[in-house]
Design a protein around this ligand. Sequence first.
Ligand SMILES: [Zn+2]
Length: 163
Amino acid sequence: MAEIYSDEYWMRRAMDLAMQAQVQGEIPVGALLVADNKIIAEGYNLPITGHDPTAHAEIVALRRGGAQLKNYRLLNTTLYVTLEPCVMCAGAMIHSRIQRLVYGASDMKTGAAGSLIDILRHPGMNHQIEITGGVLGQECSTMLSAFFKQRREQHKELKKLKK
Ligand SMILES: [Zn+2]
């Protein structure tokens, strides 16, 4: 019988994907779409590399998920993402009809799953998504803050060199 994996298990995989974004100079956010205990599609942040403002990890995973399932409705799937989704990604999740969202770190500045605004649980929305936040939240948050800290230090070094 197949093993049933936990939310933490899939979030670790999403964190691995986030690291792949970081290697490419992108903000480290990773996402994956899971159904029946199997990965349907994966994605990580690629807006800079792809010259694409919409290439957030979640959008990449949803697009690939649709292609994989040959269906624009991603029914009975769970999306795992290391950071609370933004307004655009939350909108895409509603269009895609995913069943459940699991995210890691909360995003106080742009989070659309309750931190800044709650798009996903808006009472007027025609599709409701189950949400579990804060899965490996501390680790996901540390990964992001370490990235931004490192980037600030690199900018400082560059400025020094230019003087
Ligand atoms: Zn987004």
